[in-house]
Design a binder for this molecule. Structure first.
Ligand code: CFM
Length: 545
């Protein structure tokens, strides 16, 4: 069932007038008749509305910094922020040196009331000394939580002093939770600092392989990156660093040597992709390693960029071999999935990325959205010059990056770059809306109330959710596929990941569990109406009575 403007209005009419006006701008129905459909995004959630968003600290420490394994990530603040960001994202890592993987640790200054009153700088300095002594990490990050900003601890000063004292790369991130409207602000803060203080600090001057790449915005959730790396290595790519899944300080500091940067999650890391292009002349390619068409196209586009016949050939061989392996495995799951519908609502880029994989299983996405992505993730980067900046977005300024005099190199001639840009998404992203079906719904920052209402009307067969919102559909008898940390499953990326995903989704459909839950619309009718007696005799006359 498609949603009409009238139905949408009925949902929104339950809000006070001001809230209705606000939320209306965050929802659209895909209309092929319109050239460019505008959606509002990256603005404050209305207080009292139950959002699924996180905070700036979550985006900085939890998302971008957290997966870097050979560093110790200190959380400066009361214990809660450290505890609740401890291991929940399932960004996996392994290391050749067992003494250099610190991801299992939860390291916090555990601020107490007296630290709030008298300041926590000394405690933080002591903690850094202790971390250096006990763990001997390759580098240290310090992430600020809300109270640290409120009491004004100078974490940058503490980091500088500790850097001098220990001769170690120690960076501080003013990513207090309140710094932005969502975790997106934290991504930006982390991107800026990594670029300023870590990337380019290494002394490698030449790429270690013939086709050296970085993978940006891939966090190895449930092992996604390992599956992608397996395929890329078989084709012959050398991966300098993954940012930041299973990534390391040691690799990251030499990220400047890559000949191409791949961008998987545009939302969380497009800032670094852009800055690497400005500083070192390295273009970025938007890829999507989720779904069979996604990964196949991405691999082909990469080979096209390098333009080497042998690489193009090898790419085709690997794709063919991988497809031969997975197609028969997918078949039984496709039979279970065919004809079903899905809501695909995730934090940022995944709300877009998973739609292709659903489609390949025969599942239609009828509603999709992001918790915190920006207009360019919906409408494409061409809207960037038209995006309004407000007080919240100005809070985190763009870093001013200039070409590195010694290391800046054009990786391919300008004319070829212009040609390639017409064929492949080089330093460009067209966003989610473009690929969505006529009549499908796009919702930004979907909340609890709207989730229930849209489910009642569209009755999807599956709901791609997060950890917080999955219980709403489940209580309505709808299976969910948690697409943030995948609950206990994965990898879902790449060829083999697609099989895991198909298996898990098919399992959701096939399990009898949902038959034991009665959805509300079974006992309460969706449409209610009354029959009014005719006030005139007109209708009776019309039918000739
Ligand atoms: Fe990027 Fe992510 Fe996502 Fe994201 Fe996240 Fe995540 Fe996500 Mo949860 S970096 S924007 S801040 S793809 S943690 S691995 S799943 S909301 S859609």
């Amino acid at each position: 069932m498609a949603i009409s403007e009238k139905m949408l209005d009925e949902i929104l009419n339950k809000y006070p007038a001001k809230v209705k006006r606000n939320r209306k701008k965050h929802i659209l129905v895909k209309d092929l008749g319109q050239d460019q459909q505008e959606i509002e995004a990256n603005t404050r959630t209305i207080p009292g509305v139950i959002t699924n968003r996180g905070c700036a600290f979550a985006g900085c420490k939890g998302v971008v910094l957290g997966p870097l394994k050979d560093m110790v990530h200190i959380v400066h603040g009361p214990i809660g922020c450290a505890y609740y960001s401890w291991l929940t994202r399932r960004n996996k890592a392994k290391t050749d040196d067992p003494k250099k993987n610190f991801l299992a640790y939860c390291v916090s200054t555990d601020m107490q009331e007296s630290d709030i009153v008298f300041g926590g700088e000394k405690k933080l300095a002591r903690m850094i000394d202790e971390v250096v002594e006990v763990f001997k990490p390759n580098a240290i990050t310090i992430s600020a939580t809300c109270p640290v900003g409120l009491i004004g601890d100078d974490i940058q000063g503490v980091a500088r002093a500790a850097r001098d004292k220990h001769g170690l790369n120690i960076t501080a991130y003013n990513c207090e939770g309140y710094k932005g409207v969502s975790q997106s602000a934290g991504h930006h803060i982390a991107n800026n600092n990594l670029m300023e203080h870590i990337i380019g600090q290494g002394d490698l001057e030449e790429p270690p392989g013939r086709y050296t790449i970085n993978i940006l915005g891939e966090y190895n959730i449930g092992g996604d990156s390992w599956e992608v790396e397996r395929v890329l290595s078989e084709i012959g790519y050398e991966i300098q660093v993954v940012m930041t899944g299973n990534g390391s300080y040691e690799k990251l500091k030499n990220a400047h040597v890559a000949q191409l940067n791949l961008v998987q999650c545009h939302r969380s890391i497009n800032y670094i992709a852009d800055m690497l292009e400005t500083r070192y002349g390295t273009p970025w390619l938007k890829v999507n390693f989720i779904g069979i068409r996604g990964i196949s196209e991405s691999l082909r586009n990469m080979a096209r960029y390098f333009g080497d016949e042998a690489l193009i050939q090898r790419t085709e061989e690997v794709i063919e071999r991988e497809l031969a392996e997975i197609e028969p495995q997918l078949e039984p799951y496709r039979k279970i999935c065919a004809g079903k519908t899905a809501f695909c609502f995730v934090g940022g880029s995944r709300g877009h990325h998973y739609q292709g994989l659903y489609e390949e299983l025969g599942i239609t996405t009828v509603l999709a959205g992001y918790e915190f992505a920006h207009r360019d993730d919906y409408e494409g980067r061409e809207v960037l010059p038209h995006v309004k900046t407000d007080a919240d977005s100005k809070n985190i300024p763009d870093l001013h990056v200039t070409p590195d005099e010694r290391r800046y190199r054009l990786k391919i001639p300008v004319e070829r770059m212009d040609e390639l840009k017409k064929e492949i998404p080089l330093s460009n992203y067209n966003g989610m809306i473009e690929e969505m079906m006529e009549g499908s719904i796009v919702v930004d920052d979907l909340n609890h109330y709207e989730t229930e209402e849209f489910i009642r009307i569209l009755k999807p067969d599956i709901f791609s959710s997060g950890i917080k919102d999955k219980y709403i559909p489940q209580k309505m008898g709808i299976p969910t596929k948690q697409l943030h940390n995948y609950d206990y499953s994965g990898p879902y990326a790449g060829f083999r990941g697609a099989v895991n995903f198909a298996r898990d989704v098919a399992m959701g459909f096939a399990t009898p569990t949902w038959n034991f839950i009665e959805p509300p619309w079974k006992s309460k009718p969706l449409l209610e109406g009354t029959i009014e007696p005719c006030s005139t005799n007109k209708c009776a006359e019309e039918v000739g009575a």
